[in-house]
Write a protein that binds this ligand. Sequence first.
Ligand code: ADP
Ligand code: GLC
Length: 486
Amino acid sequence: MSRILFATSEAYPLIKTGGLADVAGSLPRALRSLKQDIRLILPAYPEARKRMGKCKTIAEFELDDHSIKLLQGRLPGSRVTTWLIDATFFDRPGNPYMNEEGQIWPDNAERFALFSKAICHIAMDRIGLGWQADLVHCNDWQTALVPALLDQEPQRPATLFTVHNLAYQGLFDYDTFVKLRLPAHLWQYEALEFYNQLSFIKGGLVFADSISTVSPSYAEEIQRPEFGYGLDGLLRRRQQQLSGILNGIDVDEWNPGTDPRLVQNYNRRSLAKKAVNKIALQNYFKLPEKPETLLFGFIGRLVEQKGLDDILASLPGMLEMPVQFVFLGSGQHEYEQGLRKLANQHPNKIAVQIGYSEELSHRIEAGTDAFLMPSTFEPCGLNQLYSLRYGTLPVVRKVGGLSDTVQDITPKNLDNDRATGIVFAGTTGDGLPEALLRTQQLYQNKTRWKQVQLAAMRQDFSWQRSAQTYLELYKTSLERNPKPLN
Ligand code: ADP
Ligand code: GLC
């Protein structure tokens, strides 16, 4: 049994802005059931604190002139011991990264540097808990300074850094580097400096004993210039320590058979009942109630990554056909506006809800026939996995985790009963329209459609296998650590 400190800036159901929260809320549980002594650690945002319910202060300490309290509780619905770092930096409304108007907090560098320093302090047991981590598992740039800071210690826990999205790197100017009181020698190209900026993510990529990302394909892709954001050279240098482990999903939270948010539960044997959810969704979105019309869904952050440019360009050409689209998301203003405009122009075909709703996201997964996910890149992607489980066929671009998890409806795959969705390749503008057409064609053939739905629903993306692979990677990382504790 290893002592693992799992560090993250969000974890469902305490606080969530995207897939990282889903992973951080379910992987630690899976690891605990594999008998690991795992502690989840994240900042004590007001919402997270409220949702954690009962908790107690187990330590108080000072770091960089900040008073910090360590709160201990349980991740709701689990037995995972959860630690919240309580400091004034985190005690504000809004989400972990921005205020209620959607503006990035100007002091994010200081906030997540303090978080990272606190993680190191705790991992080294400088606060006298009698619990010292064997390994710290860091996730994304907000915790990426941890491996760099721990590397300064003569003896230290092993470190694993998981890249959930290389596009977000935590880049700041030199003055910020000075302000953060980081060791001066870390300002160099072989450390945290990146083209004259401070790069948080390099802390993880340069110093972690192991690096992982959330799908095998993305692990390959980020070693290439198209997906590497200038970090591909570094990643190629570290390819021996880099691997891809596919995310799992919480199969209890996302189970069409028991999901309490659905109007009608269903499973593989009662698939016909899925239609009740479709009618309810059409009603909810004030679209004409048409059981036979192919209904597409989209849920996600409205950012370039999610293929919004292609969606906005392709949709008008599709509207001659009997199709409907529902969108749930928020993000960049121009995409919100673009979708709203289309919905206003075609109120019988397109409906949009701008915002965030956990409940509606489940109802879209259940009520739609097909799920649009034409991401330009996708480290893993969770929505296509939820879609598969709900018998909603994903329409995806052949990138990253999407290509690792969805099998296209080629004649061969259909004959072998392996097809689970619609996959298109390339970055040209006609990829998505063609894929939508193919979806429409398949939908005409009810027997084939149902066959693909059943194959999709048979897929197993539970955490069990991936959690086991993480355990092996923890073991390898412990062996790679050149300065182990004792
Ligand atoms: P990413 O992490 O890049 O945003 P993922 O597919 O890995 O993409 O995970 C996104 C997660 O966030 C999913 O659980 C998805 O349902 C959820 N999500 C995204 N936007 C919304 C929204 N507007 N309302 C509800 N859930 C959302
Ligand atoms: C990131 C990625 C997404 C992935 C998620 C969880 O937000 O964009 O593809 O599924 O992290 O790992």
